[in-house]
Design a protein around this ligand. Structure first.
Ligand code: NDP
Length: 331
């Protein structure tokens, strides 16, 4: 079958495209300009006609994906802005929501062959900020961020603006499904990853130009004082596998699925590197050990529905550092 991947030049999406091709699918990658597709063309040249590009200049325009969806069997919608420096929340909300709704309308109108749609949502659409520890699962929704942005607009926390964009986009997707279920022949899977880390195969001119999550990792390893705070992670390659498995496993249809390896403190990443490796920041070894994580994600559903096995921190750290070394990003 043929799969449309939106935002195909992104950090996660290039791994998704690669995993789909390796699994035997044909892939049509949607990017904003021919320029942004050049690296992909080169990277996947050996797949010949099994990999093609389509240009969708503005995902917020009505009917933007009308041509792109024609003739595909499944869609992976990953395109959405992920950064924490929007002043006006609309900068994030508009492409997140309109991009999601728009691609679903285009599929309904122009792609009767589609059987499944996977949307790359986020735990940003699941979590909320609490003062006591909580284990979040797929029943939880981040209405807190949405309320904060509705109330404070530009004055809202920049993280909340991003999290509201993901919550509203995912809600819009499920609402679309509910409203159009009698008119469509496909079902929806939403994947909800935490911070996505690991090796980089998309086009990056220099490490400073990395996407938000990969940049955080690079800074933690290479800049003094950056390895502070905590989060949860999944290796980008495991998330790519999840995107493939979400197409292949019937019971995943109609589900939102948290795809999370576990929590971390940034210091933990420095601590899993062999002490003999002097080229990386050392931070304050052990400082993460006694940390109490307030936010924990239940991750059993992905194991059950997608058969996922998660890479460990050691594996992700090792492969990421080897990647930096190969790229000459570190001595
Ligand atoms: P990248 O920034 O590497 O990729 C984002 C992709 O979305 C790019 O193809 C980008 O296109 C496209 N995009 C962004 N804004 C717009 C816009 N306004 N109009 C059209 N296309 C746009 O980020 P990631 O790979 O990290 O993110 C991919 C998806 O994964 C997003 O939906 C994100 O919310 C989600 N996610 C990411 C996590 C992470 O830790 N990385 C965690 C959880 C979810 P262009 O290059 O042209 O700007």
């Amino acid at each position: 079958g043929k799969v449309l991947v939106s935002g195909a030049n992104g950090y996660i999406a290039v791994w998704v495209v690669r995993s789909l091709l390796e699994a035997g699918f044909s892939v049509r990658g949607a990017v904003r300009s021919a320029d942004k597709g050049a690296h992909l063309k080169q990277l996947f040249a050996s797949y010949g006609e099994k990999f093609e590009l389509v240009i969708v200049p503005d995902i917020t325009k009505e009917g933007a994906f009308d041509e792109a969806v024609k003739g595909v069997d499944a869609v992976e919608h990953t395109a959405s802005p992920f950064h924490m420096n929007a002043d006006d929340p609309a900068e994030l909300l508009e492409p997140a929501i309109k991009g999601t709704e728009g691609i679903l309308y285009s599929i309904m109108k122009h792609a009767p062959t589609v059987r499944r749609v996977v949307v790359t949502s986020s735990v940003a659409a699941v979590l909320s900020m609490l003062d006591k520890p909580k284990v979040f699962d797929e029943r939880d929704w981040n209405d807190q961020a949405v309320a904060e942005v509705a109330e404070k607009g530009k004055e809202a926390n920049n993280g909340s603006k991003y999290r509201a964009s993901k919550t509203l986009a995912e809600r819009a997707a499920w609402k679309f499904m509910e409203e159009h279920k009698s008119q469509i022949g496909w079902d929806l899977v939403c994947l909800n990853p935490p911070l996505v880390l690991g090796p980089v195969i998309h086009a990056v001119s220099s490490p400073d130009a990395l996407n938000t999550s990969a940049l955080m990792m690079w800074e933690a390893f290479t800049k003094p004082g950056k390895a502070v705070g905590s989060g949860s992670f999944v290796d980008v390659r495991d998330l790519a596998t999840a995107h493939v498995q979400a197409l292949m496993n019937e019971p995943a249809g109609g589900e939102r699925i948290i795809v999370c390896a576990g929590p971390f403190c940034w210091q933990d990443w420095l601590d899993v590197v062999p002490a003999s490796n002097t080229n990386y920041e050392k931070g304050t070894p052990g400082a993460g050990k006694s940390f109490v994580h307030l936010i924990i994600f239940e991750n059993g559903k992905a194991k059950k529905l997608l058969g996922l096995d998660y890479r460990t921190m050691e594996q992700t750290a090792k492969d990421t550092l080897e990647d930096y070394e190969q790229k000459g990003w570190i001595a």
